[in-house]
Design a protein around this ligand. Structure first.
Ligand SMILES: [Zn+2]
Length: 257
């Protein structure tokens, strides 16, 4: 895959850091231990930047429609719902749904595929998002009951998420949608930090990674083996899952602005 502009744009707004000390959200899947890292990638910091969101939508459009066979392009053009997750869900799901609409409406972009694009120009792709409930499982926001009415068995969905680490979020999302009778066509990931994870690992037919960080820059350790902890490398409060560590270790040095 060719490198995209997305990483450069994220770096410019300080959403990528490879020189810090962070506790990550997902535990080590093998040891179940909390994980620390020198690297933090916060795609959510880009949610307030329309130029980056536009670039994400454009890159998704290019990957989905330039790299796929005609039958798959047609399936994507007829996507019923784009599903996002958590805090990034509302904006990312909108951005991807809008890209699908633009592809259908702007047939000249794709040249040779004019026929099916014209056929599906009137198709409506809606976007919804899920949040984790008290039980840790994904569901639609309780305060938006129209989402549950909108999503019906037999629909097709594309999932979008900001960051790919262990793939746990994607597997949970597929489980939710399949339980509702929805067929998931693919997942679109804004930033991947796991080059080995495949679509099959996430129970998905296709997995599009819009950008991938250089994993040689990223180190991860189980919390009890973290060399940054051993050297008392300060940790910044209020970011990643650092506060869980700092609350449990109140005397640990904190990074101050
Ligand atoms: Zn540490």
């Amino acid at each position: 895959m060719e490198e995209t502009m997305i990483l450069g744009m994220l770096e410019n707004i300080g959403a990528l850091d490879f020189n810090g000390h962070y506790r990550l959200a997902s535990p080590n899947p093998k040891t179940r231990q909390p994980v620390h890292s020198n690297a933090y990638i916060d795609v959510r910091a880009a949610l307030s930047d329309p130029a980056i969101m536009q670039e994400i939508g454009d890159e998704a459009m290019i990957q989905v429609f330039m790299t796929q066979e005609a039958s798959e392009k047609e399936a994507f053009a007829k996507t019923d719902i784009v599903v996002g997750f958590g805090n990034a869900g509302p904006i990312l799901s909108h951005v991807i749904a809008e890209s699908l609409r633009v592809v259908r409406c702007a047939a000249e972009i794709m040249g040779e595929d004019l026929q099916w694009q014209k056929v599906y120009a009137e198709h409506k792709t809606r976007n919804v998002w899920c949040v984790r409930g008290q039980d840790g499982k994904f569901g639609f926001p309780e305060k938006i009951p129209s989402f549950a009415r909108l999503v019906k068995p037999g629909m097709t969905a594309v999932i979008v998420d900001d960051l790919l680490t262990s793939g746990g979020c994607l597997r949970d999302a597929v489980e939710l949608l399949e339980s509702l009778g929805v067929t998931v066509l693919a997942a679109i990931i804004v930033v991947s930090r796991n080059s080995e994870l495949t679509a099959a690992d996430c129970n998905l037919p296709l997995l599009f990674k819009l950008s991938s960080v250089d994993e040689s820059l990223i180190k991860v350790w189980d919390e009890d083996k973290c060399p940054l902890c051993a050297s008392q490398e300060p940790m910044r409060p209020g970011i990643a899952h650092n506060d869980e560590f700092l609350d449990a270790n109140p005397n640990y040095p904190k990074l101050q602005d």
